[in-house]
Design a protein around this ligand. Structure first.
Ligand SMILES: C[S@@+](CC[C@H](N)C(=O)[O-])C[C@H]1O[C@@H](n2cnc3c(N)ncnc32)[C@H](O)[C@@H]1O
Length: 289
């Protein structure tokens, strides 16, 4: 008997570097999704780089299921739509960016947002591959303001992976929307993975400025209320966040199970301040045996 652990076909991995990306926790997250048993549809309302989506796809665990990926970062969604819908043009543009890459070119590209959607997608992928630490940061006017990184030979156009991602995203609903809209979309039995910006470990360690809006304690509270409502409706949900007293209090209702897992966080620009940090995985379902 052959036991198949990997789906045949393309093996996409996130095409962007993204702060808070879940590569570190991928195995445990995948295990917890499997533990939820069968579900008809999959939602990720804080998709970022999509580490879990691509991980589940690679294993064939989303085969035949409608999937919905969303985020409020419009530039990020531009990139997903470009990869899904305009792949060949996107690859051509990225090859041009790669050929032209220099310090002057980086800052010229950073300074202007093109009108044409596929050019916006290529610009953000180019900036993501060449900027400092793959960060996404905008000033109060919504202008991307991350300095150039110091890579000797950044891979700006990974054509094979972009093709694999495009085929993984083919039938996927991709939208720029607030997480609360999942309430209008998810039905009983569906699965939702929430990966909001981390609640800061201390007042000075905040790294929540994913976009101009940031993500404050009131947003974490709104998210907990939505997770509670989905739980009442029979939607299965898994959420990751920092293990802080505020978060454990927010999910202290007995319908939630809080588990402690460890990951290395890469958002601190000083390598000596990176280390293993306890994270909370919160779910609203029992593990089926
Ligand atoms: C921790 S990151 C997600 C990382 C992702 N799981 C990955 O693997 O790369 C959080 C994401 O939430 C998005 N976000 C922030 N506020 C939001 C909101 N109100 N609604 C939806 N998405 C939001 C950010 O743009 C960011 O991409």
């Amino acid at each position: 008997m052959t036991i198949r652990t990997k789906a045949p076909g393309p093996r996409p991995k996130p095409f962007l570097k993204w702060a808070g990306g879940k590569a570190q926790l991928l195995d445990v997250l995948i295990k917890r999704v499997k533990d939820a048993g069968l579900f008809p549809r999959y939602f990720e309302p804080f998709v970022g780089g999509g580490a879990l989506f691509f991980g589940l796809f690679r294993l064939g665990l989303l085969q035949g299921k409608p999937v919905s990926l969303s985020d409020t970062n419009a530039r990020l969604i531009d990139a997903y739509l470009g990869v899904r819908d305009r792949l060949d043009e996107l690859i051509q543009l990225l090859q041009r960016h790669a050929a032209a890459h220099s310090k002057e070119y980086y800052y010229a590209m950073r300074a202007q947002v093109p009108e044409e959607p596929v050019a916006r997608a290529a610009r953000i992928i180019y900036l993501n591959k060449t900027c400092f630490n793959g960060l996404f940061r905008e000033n109060s006017k919504g202008e991307f303001n991350v300095p150039m990184g110091s890579y000797t030979d950044p891979i700006i156009c990974d054509e094979e992976n972009l093709r694999a991602c495009s085929s993984a995203l083919k039938a996927v609903d991709i939208a720029c929307r607030h997480f609360s809209e999942v309430l209008n979309l998810a039905r009983p039995g569906d699965f939702v993975y929430f990966d909001p910006p981390y609640h800061p470990l201390s007042a000075t360690s905040s790294f929540t400025a994913y976009d101009k809006g940031g993500f404050a304690e009131k947003d974490q509270r709104e998210l907990a209320a939505i997770f509670t409502e989905l739980t009442e409706r029979g939607v299965k949900g898994l959420l990751s966040n920092s293990m802080t007293p505020f978060i454990t209090e927010l999910y202290s209702d007995s319908r939630f199970r809080i588990e402690e897992v460890y990951a290395t966080r890469a958002v601190n620009s000083r390598a000596d301040r990176r280390g293993k940090i306890a994270e909370a995985l919160i779910r609203n379902y029992a593990i089926e045996s």
